[in-house]
Design a protein around this ligand. Sequence first.
Ligand SMILES: Nc1ncnc2c1ncn2[C@@H]1O[C@H](COP(=O)(O)OP(=O)(O)OP(=O)(O)O)[C@@H](O)[C@H]1O
Length: 276
Amino acid sequence: MIIVEDLHKEFVKLGKPKFGIGMRKAEKVKAVNGVSFTAQDGAILGLLGANGAGKTTSLRMVASMLKMDSGSIKIDGVEVKEGQTTTQAHLGILSDARGLYPRLTSRENIQYYGKLHGMDKAKIEQRIDQLAHWLEIQKLLDRRTEGFSQGERMKIALARALIHDPKNIILDEPTNGLDVVATRALREFLRWLRSPEGGGKCIVFSTHIMQEVERLCDTVVIVAQGRTVAKGSVAELMQQAQESDFEDAFVKLAFLDKSSMLDHRHHSTLNQGSVA
Ligand SMILES: Nc1ncnc2c1ncn2[C@@H]1O[C@H](COP(=O)(O)OP(=O)(O)OP(=O)(O)O)[C@@H](O)[C@H]1O
């Protein structure tokens, strides 16, 4: 179970000096400005938000990859603190950047993580066999990961994240770059992990894809401009927004304040992005 309360994070970066000369001014970016949610065991929670809403930053703090400015995160009752590894044992992390070592085989990539988690060799091999069966990656195990397709990389990164059989799993934009077949396979696997047979895992994933959330999530947390602005099941959110279409409900809830939508559109245009 993951409990996140009132997370805040601001980045400070040095901007460009005016006309290319003089002092570089510090620019502050409030990436997360009050994100809260509770993710239960045996359930899938989706963090849904437009580009730049603060989803990745929030998940990086849950994974203790980034220090929070304020707030509280508890994983299975243990408080997440900077540089602390206790909670890592309870957590499997699939980050957006899959980060596989290209010169190592899939097996070696997965083994390495098993060792980092203090598992013995026999246990690692036993678990790799299990994961290879579930994820259908037997043929990939002894190939170097260099040149792997997006779907293959995702599967190996997922096996690596699950090597120590964590109770809680967080996935940042897990279907990024996947085709429809791979997306469906991943969805099926996540449903299985949520079920009692799959271990009744607590699963949190971030996305900006509506259908993903509608098909998979027990709870949806809408994040806009760094804040949790609404939460509930898909049906509850549609009722809350009084909309019969989930995309309409999302837009209404995420951009209640019209000026924030204009701000976002402006920001997205500048970044060649789009409203989710
Ligand atoms: N290391 C950083 N330095 C400066 N600003 C950052 C940094 N990381 C994130 N940000 C800013 O914080 C805000 C939130 O970013 P974040 O990546 O968390 O959003 P997101 O919801 O995951 O977006 P996307 O769906 O586009 O991945 C953005 O404005 C982003 O530019």
